[in-house]
Design a protein around this ligand. Structure first.
Ligand SMILES: NC(=O)c1ccc[n+]([C@@H]2O[C@H](COP(=O)([O-])OP(=O)(O)OC[C@H]3O[C@@H](n4cnc5c(N)ncnc54)[C@H](O)[C@@H]3O)[C@@H](O)[C@H]2O)c1
Length: 320
């Protein structure tokens, strides 16, 4: 089994690589070869007994992915993307990475007859937006309110059509907001969702820019990686003609997140959270769906987090 990962130097790409190497198989087939690509050369796991190759490739350049596709991967995890704020700031860059490169990848599979290759793209909750029902499901119309969400939605449609035509075996998984993301805070509007837990648990002060009754639809990094791998194994006929789905997140309000913080870190951790509302951040985050009916993902066997305490426990276990 040969696996190709785009965006392999990124947050999820590195985690996915490690998880696949530890697992050593997919769908009962031994993993023999893993190809990692990113614009910066991805790290290759040292303990790996399988053949691993790593390449610095800008996937927007003509022909850039030809050589790795000539290796005829059985599974492609397409994780390379520019994230929401960058795609909003630079329309050309967002289109090139988030949409054109997906199309190039699909065409590359078509030209090489990779009709049974499972192509999994990481899509996003950002394909939804604007005036939404209180509870969404997989049939809710895609009405993205950002260039990033639009580029992901267009890629989803194309993956669906190439799969319908039997040119590739595609699947777009819509990721909820991922918490707790380790590392440093970043400029993303969702950064606070990890920050209000990660920073106090690390003894640092943090600002909570949103009201405590704001609801978020979240999933832990561990469950996202498990779901990406599960997505590689699920038979195409189980997916039918709809090749996109929302992963089973859980709904939590900020007050519940902070209560879990208190349980994990005590009053000392809670005292590190200062409440300073930021109308700009609140407006962006409040436009994202907070509640989603996970029926389809559950029926297909995808697993979400049990509750928010499990997410905090995961973070603490990983950190220790
Ligand atoms: N992390 C989240 O909360 C979240 C939520 C929803 C969807 N997603 C999606 O999941 C995927 C992975 O997200 P992540 O958090 O690991 O992001 P990340 O930014 O850490 O990783 C993305 C990687 O893509 C690479 N990349 C960007 N442009 C490239 C180019 N031209 N050529 C080659 N590589 C390029 C970057 O170098 C980076 O390593 C993305 O598709 C993202 O849209 C993430």
């Amino acid at each position: 089994m040969h696996v190709l990962i785009t965006g392999a130097a990124g947050f999820l790409g590195q985690r996915l690589t490690r998880a696949l190497v530890v697992r050593g198989e997919l769908s009962g087939q031994p993993l023999t070869h893993i190809t990692l690509i990113d614009q910066v050369k991805p790290k290759v796991p040292t303990s790996s007994s399988l053949e691993a190759s790593s390449h610095a490739i800008d996937i927007t350049l003509p022909g850039a992915m030809d050589a790795v596709l000539d290796g005829r991967p059985d599974v492609i995890f397409h994780l390379a993307a520019v994230v929401s704020s960058d795609a909003e700031a630079d329309l050309d860059l967002g289109l090139a990475v988030n949409f054109d490169a997906t199309r190039t990848l699909l065409e590359g599979c078509r030209l090489r007859g990779l009709s049974t290759t499972r192509l999994i793209m990481a899509s996003s909750v950002a394909v939804y937006g604007g005036d939404l029902p209180e509870v969404l499901d997989d049939l809710t119309a895609l009405t993205p309110q950002s260039s990033y969400g639009t580029q992901k939605a267009m890629s989803e449609l194309l993956i669906n059509d190439y799969s319908r035509r039997g040119l590739v075996d595609g699947l777009a998984l819509r990721l909820p907001t991922i918490v707790i993301r380790p590392g440093l805070p970043n400029a993303a509007a969702s950064s606070f969702a990890s920050g209000i837990l990660r920073e106090p648990l690390s003894g640092k002060d943090v600002v909570c820019p949103v009201s405590v009754d704001l609801e978020l639809f979240v999933m832990s990094p561990r469950r996202v990686i498990e779901a990406l791998i599960y997505g590689a194994e699920i038979p195409g006929h189980d997916l039918g003609s709809r090749r996109s789905l929302m992963l089973p997140g859980i709904t939590v309000c900020v007050a519940e997140m902070l209560e879990s913080l208190r349980q994990a870190g005590g009053d000392e951790a809670m005292a590190r959270v200062q409440h300073k509302p930021d109308a700009g951040i609140e407006a962006i985050v409040a436009s994202w769906p907070g509640r989603f009916n996970n029926q389809r993902a559950n029926a297909l066997g995808f697993k979400g987090d049990f509750d928010f305490r499990e997410i905090i426990k995961d973070f603490l276990d990983e950190r220790d």
